[in-house]
Design a protein around this ligand. Structure first.
Ligand code: COA
Ligand code: MG
Length: 287
């Protein structure tokens, strides 16, 4: 599936060390998987996890799910070996943690094939300040918000409304949108058995403009896929807006009115984007 137009509603972390979870993910309805070698894997388990993950990726069976490998930072003792072992085993994307500047991205870009897209963890205050330059790096295709690391570094509190993180969240979305085609993924929801809390946070992230959310547990997938997909009423409205605008144009009108709201060309662009997203989701579901 074309990486640029595919959906990224649900992006599930799987510790590279957990064979059962690596197996289970082959049948989960997640749009993308982050195979993690970093924070989810203990230092003493790093070497084994690398080999376990290599086997899983070579075996494949992950279908259309985007396969994203999160390596350890290149400043750690594991990062270079992670790249060496995993660069040619079928990953679609490499995800780099603890990035502060575009130069950090160069270090990974130099080790990978030029066609391999790089996603960046946005999880330090310096990284968030440098977000526009990082998103504009020619190898960067996605930004993943690391809300737990950001919360730690900022010394802020966890709040259901995420007010302490709002500047960072919005800056990440803005940086992605200022560069064409860069994907923006929201951080994880830690209370993974709290479906109502997750739903509220998904809807907040969606309303802010994120393409999807990172997840830590399979039970979070359905809620997230629904929240980040256009609803039936949004699809219906989009279709009617396009039709009304085209009718208007045929009779020489530059604007139309639907449900008491003005429809200009820019609304039609947004409506077409909604329909394209529905198509991409349908393609993902089709076998
Ligand atoms: N991906 C795929 N499958 C997963 C999974 C994941 N992230 N987390 C759990 N599962 C599977 C388990 O293997 C188990 O499968 P089974 O019943 O078929 O054997 C099933 O889902 C239920 O798991 P459960 O017992 O409810 O979870 P747990 O209590 O063992 O583990 C966590 C809870 C949070 C420790 C675990 O979900 C996890 O490790 N998540 C990922 C954490 C991570 O990657 N963090 C880094 C980024 S923040
Ligand atoms: Mg982190």
């Amino acid at each position: 599936m074309d990486l640029a137009t595919r959906p990224y509603r649900s992006v599930l972390y799987i510790p590279g060390s957990k064979t059962r979870a690596l197996e289970k993910a082959r049948s989960l309805q997640t749009d993308a998987i982050i195979f993690d070698l970093e924070d989810a894997v203990a230092p003493e388990a790093k070497a084994e996890a690398r080999e376990t993950l290599k086997d899983a990726l070579q075996q494949d069976g992950y279908g259309k799910r985007a396969k994203i490998v999160r390596i350890n930072a290149l400043t750690s003792q594991w990062g270079f070996e992670d790249v060496r072992v995993l660069r040619d085993v079928g990953a679609d994307i490499f995800l780099l943690p603890k990035v502060n500047t575009p130069t950090d991205v160069d270090a990974l870009a130099d080790l990978l094939e030029p066609s391999m897209p790089i996603w960046v963890m946005m999880e330090t205050p310096t990284c968030v300040f440098n977000a526009p330059e990082i998103a504009a790096h020619h190898r960067v295709a996605g930004l993943v918000t690391g809300t737990n690391d950001l919360t730690k570094d900022l010394g802020c509190r966890y709040r259901p409304d995420r007010l302490p993180l709002m500047t960072a969240l919005q800056r990440i979305v803005m940086a992605a949108r200022a560069t064409r085609g860069v994907v923006a993924i929201d951080g994880v929801y830690n209370r993974f058995r709290d479906g109502d809390g997750l739903k509220a946070e998904c809807e907040q992230g969606r309303d802010l403009g994120f393409d999807g959310k990172t997840l830590i547990h399979p039970m979070q997938i359905d809620v997230t896929n629904t929240a980040f997909a256009p609803s039936a009423s949004e699809v219906d409205l989009a279709r009617r807006q396009i039709a009304a605008f085209e009718d208007g144009q045929a009779s020489g009108q530059g604007v139309a009115v639907v449900d008491g709201q003005i429809v200009e060309n820019l609304h039609v662009v947004a409506a077409k984007r909604t329909l394209a997203k529905v198509d991409a989701i349908a393609q993902m579901a089709a076998e």
